[in-house]
Design a protein around this ligand. Structure first.
Ligand code: NAG
Ligand code: NAG
Ligand code: NAG
Length: 425
């Protein structure tokens, strides 16, 4: 007769345990658990040619310890109808996470566009920015979510079993609360003389010679964010009139409650204008980076046209101190952009993201605008970035008869430091 020994019983018990732990199931998914909430930003008042670039603190966002699965957004009018980009150009929106002191609450709640500049990302201020995992300096490009005109047509879903962990009470400093702020930069181009010029923030069209803080701009600065700050005005066609209107950013957040099956991902936002100020890349600090966010694409004259040189390629090499497995990648470009690729140190392609231009009139398909960017969802484990690997970011634009000002070459990367099986093992 066969009697199981005590040892065998224990092994059996362990085996059963392993089989029964949810982690061991490769079929774990969140299909039925995803929660969705649709929120509206405060009203954005815009008249023809006007610009709104504001920060809205303490916006509605999931509270508690959760894993974000995606955030999408679009500009809508008071009736909730999508507003096309040729009427209101969504230059960018950004969603930022911060801790607010419960005791040092600001008594002055008036809108102050400069307030964000006082937000620290380290010290014991009333507000502490919780920036993404890198890699620009200070609070620059520290957002969790947000892009621009391509928002409607760009997938942001984080595949199972991955998620972006937020609201972990163990991480919130004593006496602080986790909150979110939203920055929305919108340009009303109804009736303007030059729609592309207004969206590229060309200084002459805005009649701007000094930046938002009154500092004179260099004559060689043709355009960019310094010329289309809050309440600036782009030149209208003679006699054009249209009423002011109130618009909203409608944003949809998807999340699940945090649980041990979720494999955390980190967000990196890379910028093609970033140059490292140091040569020793073994111990890089955030302050060694110099992300400028925007750049200029020079015009293409008839001579360069002959030589087929109307392509503008910008590259930068960026060391990643910590690597991991790529879960998602997407680029952000402006009109004129024709694609962006992130390469590994050995030249392998980590992700290529291509713009999709609209060809019609309706919201989501506006001709001449980037209405979506293609995304990368590599099979988990198949694309790995090594610790210390120097990546190359490449952003291509087509040059036209005049310069493109204020263009961007930004790359979002979601990286998991562990794979699902490692995470559970
Ligand atoms: C442009 O700005 C200058 C100086 O601020 C001002 O004198 C001029 O009237 C402005 N022109 C237009 C068209 O608004
Ligand atoms: C960008 O241009 C370079 C140089 O011509 C080319 O090798 C690369 O494939 C282009 N990338 C994209 C995404 O078009
Ligand atoms: C965009 O509009 C054009 C012109 O009306 C149409 O041919 C095309 O199918 C539309 N694209 C999408 C994705 O709806």
């Amino acid at each position: 007769m066969w009697f199981p020994t005590k040892d065998m019983m224990i092994s059996l018990a362990i085996l059963l345990l392993v089989l029964l732990t949810p982690c061991s199931s490769s079929y774990w998914n969140t299909q039925n658990k995803i929660k969705t909430a649709i929120h509206y930003s405060p009203g954005i008042e815009l008249g023809p040619g006007s610009v709104s670039n504001r920060i809205y603190y303490d916006i509605e966002f999931p509270r508690g310890h959760v894993a974000l699965k995606g955030v999408t957004a679009e500009v809508v009018d008071e009736a909730g109808n999508p507003v096309p980009l040729h009427q209101t150009y969504l230059h960018h929106w950004g969603l930022f996470r911060y801790y607010e002191s419960k005791s040092k609450l600001l008594t002055d709640t008036r809108y102050d566009p400069h307030r964000v500049l006082h937000m620290s990302h380290s010290s014991s201020n009333s507000h502490i920015l919780v920036r993404n995992s890198g890699i620009c300096q200070g609070i620059i490009l520290g957002q969790y979510y947000g892009i621009g005109s391509e928002t409607r047509g760009t997938n942001t879903d984080i595949p199972d079993p991955f998620g972006l962990e937020i609201g972990n009470p163990a991480e919130v400093p004593e006496g602080y609360e986790e909150k979110w702020y939203l920055n929305i930069h919108a340009i009303d181009t109804r009736g303007v003389e030059d729609k592309l010029g207004c969206t590229e923030c060309r200084c002459d069209l805005y009649n701007v010679t000094m930046d938002e803080y009154g500092i004179p701009l260099s004559p060689s600065y043709e355009g960019g964010l310094n010329c289309c700050y809050d309440q600036t005005q782009c030149r209208l066609k003679k006699g054009f009139q249209a009423p002011k209107r109130t618009l909203y950013l409608r944003y949809t957040v998807k999340w699940i409650d945090w649980n041990d099956n979720v494999v955390p991902v980190k967000i990196y936002v890379l910028d093609v204008t970033d140059t490292l100020k140091i040569s020793d890349t073994s111990n890089i600090e955030s302050s060694d980076h110099n992300c400028l966010v925007e750049y200029k694409v020079d015009p293409c004259n008839s001579e360069s046209k002959k030589d087929n040189e109307c392509l503008h390629v910008k590259r930068t090499r960026l060391p990643m101190q910590k690597g991991g497995y790529v879960v998602y990648g997407v680029a952000h470009q402006h009109s004129g952009g024709i694609g962006s690729t992130l390469y590994g140190q050995d030249g392998r392609v980590i992700c290529t993201s291509m713009p999709n231009y609209g060809s019609g009139d309706e919201a989501g398909n506006e001709s001449g605008y980037i209405v979506g960017m293609s995304t990368c969802y590599p099979k988990p484990g198949s694309v790995k970035i090594f610790d210390g690997e120097k990546l190359t970011l490449e952003s291509n634009y087509s040059r036209s008869t005049r310069s493109h000002t204020g263009v961007m070459g930004i790359f979002y990367l979601l990286v998991a430091e562990q794979l699902p099986d490692e995470h559970c093992g």
